[in-house]
Design a protein around this ligand. Structure first.
Ligand SMILES: [Zn+2]
Length: 155
């Protein structure tokens, strides 16, 4: 599948480390069940747990009917859950949207402010000061996900 270049991926990872390393939301302290509940709240859809093995990173994957988040044990924290749900929202907004681009960042910050008690303006400024693009998705209107199922894979 042709995708636009993932131009700011490494910078997003660095910003997360610098901004959240000492943050309670960045510690892998949630159970898989709690991750499922949080992801479902963020995503607005039912969550199904899927067993699997072999991944070292967290990840998000969207197919026609199912959106899947994979969470290794280290990744079971609110920040990673928000990061992965933001990938799904970014992809749903536009399949051509850069994976860690400005629109992804907008969704990510939106989730952190709605569900993790962060201040949107502070995070947006911090990201921009770090050199990241944050771009409001033009014409975005929240719709119930077309995927009725969000899976969280158990790794
Ligand atoms: Zn990512």
């Amino acid at each position: 599948m042709a995708r636009i270049a993932d131009f700011q991926r490494n910078k997003v990872y660095s910003w997360e480390r610098v901004t959240f390393t000492s943050d309670e939301h960045y510690k892998g302290s949630l159970t898989l069940e709690e991750c499922k509940e949080l992801a479902a709240k963020m995503y607005g859809a039912r969550v199904v747990v899927k067993d699997g093995r072999g991944r070292s990173h967290a990840g998000a994957c969207v197919s026609k009917r199912v959106a899947t988040i994979t969470l290794p044990i280290w990744a079971r924290n609110p920040l990673v859950v928000a990061h992965e749900v933001a990938h799904i929202q970014n992809y749903r907004f536009s399949k051509d949207s850069s994976a860690h681009g400005g629109v992804f960042m907008w969704f990510f910050i939106e989730l952190l402010s709605k569900h993790c008690g962060k201040d949107r303006d502070t995070l947006t400024k911090s990201a921009r000061d770090f050199g990241l693009r944050v771009a409001m998705p033009m014409g975005y209107v929240y719709k119930q996900p077309e995927h009725s199922i969000l899976q969280v894979a158990n790794l």
